[in-house]
Write a protein that binds this ligand. Sequence first.
Ligand code: ACO
Length: 411
Amino acid sequence: PGERAENETEKGLRVQDKGFLNTAVIRSEITYIDGEAGVLRYRGYPIEQLASHSSHLESAYLLIYGSLPTREQFKHFESEVMRHGVMHADTEGFFRSFRYDAHPMSMLTSAFSMLGSYYSEANPSLQGQRLYTNGDQASLATMDRQIYRLIGKATALAAMAYRVRQGRDFVTPPVGLSYTGSFLYQMDHLGEENYTPNPVLEKALDVLFLIHADHELNASCTTVLQTASSLVDPYSAIAAGCASLYGPLHGGANEAVIRMLVSIGSPENVPAFIEAVKRREKTLSGFGHRVYKTSDPRSFIVRKTADEVFKVTGRDALLETAMALHDAAMKDEYFIKRKLAPNVDFCGLIYRAMGFPMDFFPVLFVVPRVVGWLAHWRQMMLQEGGVKIWRPRQVYVGAGKRDYVPVEQRV
Ligand code: ACO
């Protein structure tokens, strides 16, 4: 003390790391990213292999439990997730209480939080300090149930947020469809007999779900863990993650991409737009990434998926503008120097072609990302040594001690 440099404390060196560029807060076995080489792996498996051969729900099991499931394990997982997809009837009133034009992300964020109110085990103070323990089967069963519920109900809540705005009745999840097929049914079904979703679109959405399922410690996942570090229930932690994802620099970017393309209008306006970006008057949404300093590997899967979808839906009129924008940015010194390349958010074009409204795009990001949030939450809860509350420090740069001044003496 006294001799200590300003950034040294009794616990070590305090560094200021704005935006956490160089701060690791956890040791993780879930997702590996090499941002320089454009590599993304879930539990060691390359994202390209999973997108080609796996399904969203199978990859969800992999992300959460660490290995690809056997047939039996998958059957059990799928049936539990699907069984928990049904909502309590009272939730209809909850959704109908929103203003007619409420943003679906506002509804969804609130809905995750509301979900916790249905389950008494959600309140950690009822359970004592250590909620989950590796050897304690009962606590692990509780955790599994919470995982099934949150993944199962994510599609139901999303579909309810959609249908209430369309003035449609809510539908119960059907029996016999896949996770993604059931989601499309809950969104689109208008009472037709023998309704089934288009298989090409169902597969395409499932691939998009799979590639959005996790991306290590992005803003929303960090928010989930930060929130859960106080040992709050997972429903509240997921609600916090949902709120974080809503922002235009994160999950809101897929919506921002379409708004940007609409505002550009057509390919001949691209050069002027690029110049405005370089003057910092505009943002090129769908470009740039905190971790990737080359093309996001998911962007190639998005492009391939788009080709499949457009065969069914027809080409989107904005596609030409998107391609002109991509080509212009990839050749421009401003973007090359800053290593800015396409990220995953051009998937907004696919969502638009499939008929989803623009403000629903971030919801299509949340539904699969619930899986990644839960994988990280489970890992943190079960880590050796227990959970340590996340409490960063600041570098205080405000006023020194001042004495209170009565209002009549203030100038
Ligand atoms: N358009 C124009 N310039 C950009 C862009 C962009 N999209 N992205 C970064 N830059 C510039 C910055 O202005 C900065 O320039 P400077 O060094 O001259 O000041 C430089 O590139 C570095 O960018 P940072 O903002 O420091 O990078 P950071 O890692 O903090 O931000 C982010 C990453 C938020 C994703 C950013 O690239 C961005 O705003 N992109 C557009 C929004 C978007 O697409 N977000 C989705 C991210 S992916 C996801 O959530 C799935």
